[in-house]
Design a protein around this ligand. Sequence first.
Ligand SMILES: *Cc1c(COP(=O)(O)O)cnc(C)c1O
Length: 468
Amino acid sequence: MRYISTRGQAPALNFEDVLLAGLASDGGLYVPENLPRFTQEEIASWAGLPYHELAFNVMRPFVAGSIADADFKAILKDTYGVFAHNAVAPLRQLDANEWVMELFHGPTLAFKDFALQLLGRLLDHFLTKRGERAVILGATSGDTGSAAIEGCRRCESVDIFILHPHNRVSEVQRRQMTTILGDNIHNIAIEGNFDDCQEMVKASFADQGFLKGNRLVAVNSINWARIMAQIVYYFHAALQLGGPQRSMAFSVPTGNFGDIFAGYLARNMGLPISQLVVATNRNDILHRFMSGNRYDKDTLHPSLSPSMDIMVSSNFERLLFDLHGRNGALVKELMDNFKQTGKLTVEDERWTEARRLFDSLAVDDAATCATIADVYRDCGELLDPHTAIGVRAARECRRSMATPMITLGTAHPVKFPEAVRKAQVEEPHLPPHLADLFERAERCSVLPNSLTDIQQFVAAHGNRGKPL
Ligand SMILES: *Cc1c(COP(=O)(O)O)cnc(C)c1O
């Protein structure tokens, strides 16, 4: 499988190189040159497989030529073996023909574990094969950091540095990062805000001199391998509920458009999906596009669903690429223009094409809490605020009551107790494997908001705690 850039100018790469590259050199995002397509019979034959075997069938074409089948199988078995529920992604029924797929049984209680547990293991596989090491540098306002650290904790060939804004992430989120101890794990609390953290990461990718020739890898949501891993659970859900013989609708709590883009790919690979609902909070740039063809940058509104607090949606470019007939030059023009003006619209027929599949809704904090309360009262399921937004949008945008509607349950409610408290329902509890989280020892370095201090820290600790 070869991968091409959405801006049409970077060289095509194989899976291994895409995994290590992150962003393409022309500023675009990598996508498969040709999407694999499965027949209905083929998909139907996967019913009843354990999750890791289904994952192998769905992802195999994407990694073809880069990793041996036996190695990939072993990695997948190990990856999904760490999930705390045997079904890995169990479905819970909320109402007639309405479900939540619980994607929060991984080590850090959010769906990001599905991709980052795999990403860490794949990186280690390829780096070990090459006899190389790599430094991962990332910024987090919450979920991504802990999932990335958990995914890399056992990697021999990787040192991971995660920056978070000092005293500005929740205690659960901080502890999920800082209680993972290892000489290749480095938590840095920056005396600044999340944007400061992100700027320093960007600056470090732009000028890598401080790394003395070591490789720098990105694990943010534009990494292709993360999207790839998320395709699998759409197949998994459909196979549980009578697919592929009948079609499904999905509602997806959305920020950077990675998770829902995976659903779009599942459909293009042959899985019958008749509707995808983009569920956002007040940060509704995607809803403004889907409802009125206006992808216009706004200011940031902090919400009770912080993992979807975004101003622009980084994976949306991948959809634009398809909507424009995979013409990289057109996408480059649109994105260059967006960078200058903060505005983007597409031609009517392209927008209409998107709307054949996608609907959207923006849900504010009050409606989020009301939905948590409603669902708890009606069926006893305690939703986290992101998932509640998904359920609300699913209900308001639903096209057909005869088609099963599945909302992606993106996080465990214990990660976001503020919203749950405001909804005035039961207090969420940590699951058994994290029950002692508040007693565990923490390790974290507090550093000033200064690029040179960060880079010196990485250089001094980037080789399993020793200097590079
Ligand atoms: C990351 C995240 C999202 C948004 O996912 P995208 O792929 O960025 O759209 C939604 N909910 C939770 C809990 C998350 O952690």
